[in-house]
Design a protein around this ligand. Structure first.
Ligand code: CA
Ligand code: CA
Ligand code: CA
Ligand code: CA
Length: 261
């Protein structure tokens, strides 16, 4: 009796499993935009261009939101303080919004190559996309001197804007700083490290106020606002520096002079 029951149960399970498989591919997409009608209804999205619209204006169109199972009416679906466009949903090292800018797919980690993850694809300069700086804004004020710079890498092109008074920075220095920041991303970058890199690359020697906004292609973001006191025993430091330089020079002189004597 028991045996019979068990067989009966197994048959029922099999039957219901089969019925479920048949029922599953009920994907109804009447307006043929790739989005399931159910999903459009759920979020009350209407109109012909619904797939291309960015209802919540977060940089991801509704089709992408659908593919990523995000809420197309909220900029930060999971409310973790990281906007949907800055999340890296497919965990390939590039944030959702940046993937779209680069012509990659934010819902698959291998959109260009079956072997290389999107984030490991390299830019023309040999740097992995996941390590690249997407946006950098720095403004510095030090007494009467000030500068403001904006760096932006979008759709494969880098743009640099630079305004300055009393400084002597050029685009090459900005690019060199971006390279510094890209190299540093490996070691759990801290705010202090970022400030150190800026200070040394731009040779900031007087106390200054600084504001930094930095975003990487992987979605990492930094916002720093600080007053940085460069040792006010400036004179002493400068003298020391000069002394060191002089000593070096003397050393070199000596080296040259010795064979002459
Ligand atoms: Ca959106
Ligand atoms: Ca989020
Ligand atoms: Ca991604
Ligand atoms: Ca991807």
């Amino acid at each position: 009796m028991k045996k019979f029951l068990a067989v009966g149960l197994a048959t029922t399970l099999l039957l219901s499993a089969g019925a479920q498989v048949d029922a599953k591919p009920k994907f109804i997409d009447k307006n043929k935009n790739g989005i399931e009608d159910k999903w459009e209804k759920k979020y009350k999205l209407k109109g012909k261009n619904v797939a291309k619209l960015d209802t919540d204006k977060d940089g991801l169109n509704n089709f992408v939101e659908y593919k990523l199972s995000l809420n197309p009416t909220k900029k930060d679906t999971n409310k973790n303080g990281v906007a949907d466009a800055l999340e890296d949903t497919d965990r390939d090292g590039i944030s959702n919004g940046t993937e779209l800018e680069l012509g990659l797919k934010p819902y698959t980690a291998y959109s260009k190559s079956k072997k290389v993850k999107d984030g490991n694809l390299k830019d023309t300069d040999g740097v992995k996309w996941s390590e690249k700086v997407r946006e950098l804004e720095i403004s510095v004020e030090s007494g009467k001197k000030e500068f403001e710079l904006e760096y932006e890498k979008k759709k494969g092109k880098a743009k640099i804007k630079l305004k300055q008074k009393g400084y002597n920075l050029d685009q090459a220095t900005v690019r060199a700083l971006v390279t510094d920041l890209q190299k540093a991303i490996d070691d759990n970058l801290t705010e202090d490290q970022i400030l150190d890199l800026i200070q040394s690359r731009f040779e900031l020697t007087d106390t200054y106020e600084i504001e930094v906004e930095l975003e990487y292609m992987n979605g990492d973001e930094f916002e720093i606002e600080r007053e940085v006191e460069v040792d006010d025993e400036d004179d002493a430091d400068d003298e020391e520096m000069i002394d060191e330089d002089d000593q070096d020079d003397e050393d070199q002189d000596v080296v040259v002079e010795v064979p002459a004597v």
